[in-house]
Write a protein that binds this ligand. Structure first.
Ligand SMILES: [Zn+2]
Length: 110
């Protein structure tokens, strides 16, 4: 299936070239309406190939972003932040986002 997806823009481009050739042949035989129609179809196929290429690039970027988001914490700083974010000491901690705060915990001695 993947090979077919890769071959599709090449097929679009080949079809566009063929239609451009047909448009040129129509022009040489004095058929302007057919020339215009075939040229428009050729451009349409070229636009489809470009759209396909851009869509694949967007999918590649989205997959890369998902892989980054799904990656576990790796650095010491990441793990320290993750530990801090999952261990709040009191309600004021949430307002300070783990930073300096006046602790409101009842068993707090300092
Ligand atoms: Zn606190």
């Amino acid at each position: 299936m993947r090979r077919l997806v890769h071959a599709l823009p090449v097929a679009y481009a080949a079809g566009a070239l063929y239609l451009a050739h047909c448009a040129l042949a129509s022009l040489q035989h004095g058929a302007p309406p057919y020339t215009a129609g075939l040229a428009a179809c050729s451009l349409l196929l070229l636009a489809s190939a470009a759209h396909h290429y851009l869509s694949r690039a967007e999918v590649r970027i989205a997959v890369a972003q998902l892989e980054i988001a799904a990656r576990p914490f790796t650095t010491a700083q990441d793990t320290a932040v993750a530990r801090l974010m999952t261990t709040p000491c009191c309600e004021a901690w949430w307002s300070a986002v783990g930073g300096e705060h006046q602790c409101t915990r009842k068993d707090q001695t300092t």
